[in-house]
Design a protein around this ligand. Sequence first.
Ligand SMILES: *Cc1c(COP(=O)(O)O)cnc(C)c1O
Length: 374
Amino acid sequence: MLPYGRQSITDADVEAVVEALRSDWLTTGPRVTRFEADLAAVAGAPCVAVSNGTAALHTAYAAAGVGPGDEVVTTPMTFVSTASTAVMLGARVRFADVESDTANLDPAAAADLVGPRTRAVTAVDYAGHPAEYDDLRKVTDSVGATLIADAAHAIGSTYRGRPVGTLADLTTFSFFPTKNLTTAEGGAVAAADPELLGRAARFRSLGMVRDRDSLREPDEGGWHQEVHEFGLNYRLPDLLCALGSAQLARLDHFKARRAALVERYNELLADVPGLRLPVRRDWVEPTRHLYPVRILAGRRREVYGRMRAAGIGVQVNYIPAYWHPAFADLGYRRGMCPVAEAFYAEQLSLPLFVDLSESDQDRVVATLRGILGD
Ligand SMILES: *Cc1c(COP(=O)(O)O)cnc(C)c1O
């Protein structure tokens, strides 16, 4: 089966991991520090590496102080962890609808839902295309909320010339193998504000405080460290950070290759009937994680089945988050975000990854053309 996404691994990646394995540090060593610095250079803000993208969101919400009594406004067109990690901290999630073309959080819909209880607004850069951060910033400023970017899809993307990582107060990344960059499992939180970044760093390491000026009992002894607020062990080991730095060295290539494949899909599919292709705003330069098309005329389920039967691993991204039974059990009802639900009903992700060959891409196009021409 041709996958819809997969990692690109070179000998340099393998050697970097082997070298880490033979070193003194398997975790919490120099390769973590180096990966965080390498990431910061791309994200435009200091970064804290964590164990995965879900942990990154949990950490970002904890750093933003999200807790019981708070509300978090976000998009339903995302992987469940954008919303579930806020619920796990005791917040109520309010789902605002998306723009019909980009499937990103609609700033006007978010503006309708924010109020005095809103602690954070979380946008998702769907498929790698940054959300409308200038408009979202006005929304969070109006109520003093924290702006969070779930950029699991979008490392290396830019918005109005600014890198993803500088557009929100806190930005989260995922380095799962299907994403734009991988560390197997992995993630990161970026924040320009040292206070927010410090809270994220502490949450990632069980809440441990070591720096002498912050200790309540500074004279306890050289061994002493304190927990002031509870955290988790969300650290990313040196082994995986070594892979991350090696991968980051190729991020420009990844971005260019994905852009070329997207351009090729756009051209080859332009005249296929019953299909709508993804859009790109002029002021955005995405690192394209997904190539999401819309299958019109109620044929998505049929096309999904026939593509898979032909050995082409198409995917659907995503069922609206509040359709998950855990949200339904909390009282969330279908119909809440009609634009997102209409998008979901037609959405299909075609294979897109760095090592996708043009001949495999041609086969995807020919198969889809054959099905839709029926
Ligand atoms: C992948 C993903 C996550 C979760 O990342 P993991 O590393 O799989 O935990 C969160 N949000 C979005 C939008 C994602 O695509």
